[in-house]
Design a protein around this ligand. Structure first.
Ligand SMILES: Nc1ncnc2c1ncn2[C@@H]1O[C@H](COP(=O)(O)OP(=O)(O)OP(=O)(O)O)[C@@H](O)[C@H]1O
Ligand SMILES: [Mg+2]
Length: 375
């Protein structure tokens, strides 16, 4: 799918602006604070129904105004959809092809996007919880059943942990603990198996994407550090009942340890996703550019996964990714993506487009919330 036209009204620093995008590559250049990210934010908002950088919709309305309006014409093959979102205070109204939508959930996902933002670097460098969150969001998008098991698991875990906390304070009855073992093990096994299936495919795609970006200079591999003892996640394939039973056994073996700790020491909530470059753990080893390439490869792999699931490529939004990539990586990125997806990228410093791309791209320059089409 691709966006043909985007209209911003009283959105952030845009008073009234229309942009016609190229179906392939779109480059937004401009100095800092001119409104480059605001354009990507608008596209993201139309796709996801919320901003990627604020939870307060009021922030999006232009200072001094009371309402903002976003519109996009989205083409998927022969089908055209007109999406409109209007914000008034904290009120939000959505329309598709002129028809008002009573539920935002019917609106969200009409336009599909994958966004790479500078904050994505923390996927590589940050805490394990950020990587689990990435997995949960990606899997949840395509598998409602995953979200169901994850939420049941999390709820049971919270109850078990609340009880364990009482034990550390010297009260409570261990008999009550066993009540949680079965539901925790059953939902936990579902979470693990679904993660296993997803991550095997993701690892393959990320490895390929990384090779393309780096011209195969380094090899990226993934590993999943599973807290269940003896479980080599990418090698063992356990059945659901076997996995659940094994988890249940470990839970009961760990009673006294968990009681002392005051929380549950084993389960999908304790796992991590690890990255290796030529066999070396990237934490504390990889360069800035390498870390950025890894984070980027993760997002790009997401594009292929979405395409495999829905049959359509999403629109790719790249916010300020180029600055730490060398020229070769920049060119590899632009070439690899623009072949298949519509890409909208922002950059503060001018970029050199590969020759093959000059006919496939549109350049824009942004100055103080006004967009000028170049060339
Ligand atoms: N609600 C709003 N009303 C008016 N202007 C706003 C609003 N919210 C943000 N801005 C302005 O938008 C500008 C920031 O835009 P944006 O984040 O898109 O910049 P950018 O071009 O991506 O810059 P950088 O290169 O630094 O990332 C700031 O000048 C900010 O003051
Ligand atoms: Mg920006």
């Amino acid at each position: 799918m691709h966006i043909e036209r985007l209209t911003l009204q009283q959105f952030r620093n845009y008073t009234s602006q229309e942009i016609s995008f190229h179906p392939r590559l779109n480059v937004l250049t401009g100095e800092n604070a001119q409104g480059k990210t605001n354009v990507l934010e608008a596209v993201y908002y139309l796709a996801v129904g919320k901003s990627h950088r604020t939870n307060k919709d009021a922030d999006l309305i232009q200072h001094g105004q009371t309402a903002a309006k976003l519109q996009a014409v989205v083409r998927t093959g022969a089908r055209e959809q007109r999406l409109v979102l209007q914000l008034r205070g904290s009120n939000k109204t959505a329309r598709i092809n002129g028809v008002a939508q009573s539920k935002m959930t019917d609106f969200i996902g009409r336009l599909q996007v994958v966004l790479f933002a500078p904050e994505d670097l923390s996927l590589v460098k940050g805490a394990p919880s950020l990587r689990r969150r990435f997995i949960d969001i990606e899997l949840g998008q395509s598998q409602p059943a995953y979200l169901y098991h994850l939420s049941q698991y999390t709820r049971t875990l919270q109850q078990r942990n609340a009880l364990l906390k009482q034990f550390t304070h010297g009260s409570g009855d261990t008999d009550y603990l066993s009540v949680f073992d079965l539901p925790l093990a059953e939902h936990g096994a579902q979470v693990w198996l679904r993660r296993q299936h997803f991550l095997l495919r993701l690892a393959e795609l990320v490895g390929e994407t990384y090779a393309t970006l780096s011209s195969s200079r380094e090899r990226l591999t993934l590993n999943y550090e599973c807290s269940l003892p003896g479980m080599d996640f990418f090698k063992n394939s356990l059945s659901l009942p076997a996995l659940s039973e094994s988890f249940q056994n470990v839970l009961s073996q760990k009673y006294s340890f968990d009681c002392r700790q005051g929380h549950t020491s084993i389960g999908p909530h304790r796992d991590d996703l690890l990255f290796f470059l030529d066999g070396q753990d990237v934490q504390g080893y990889a360069s800035q550019g390498q870390q950025r390439t890894i984070a980027l490869a993760l997002r790009l792999a997401e594009i292929d996964l979405l395409q495999e699931e829905t049959g359509e490529y999403p629109v790719l939004l790249l916010d300020d990714v180029l600055s730490e990539l060398d020229n070769l990586r920049q060119q590899n990125l632009v070439l690899a993506m623009s072949e298949k997806v519509q890409t909208i990228l922002t950059t503060a410093s001018p970029i050199q487009l590969p020759k093959a791309m000059t006919q496939q791209a549109r350049l824009f320059e942004i100055r103080s919330g006004i967009i000028h089409e170049e060339g």
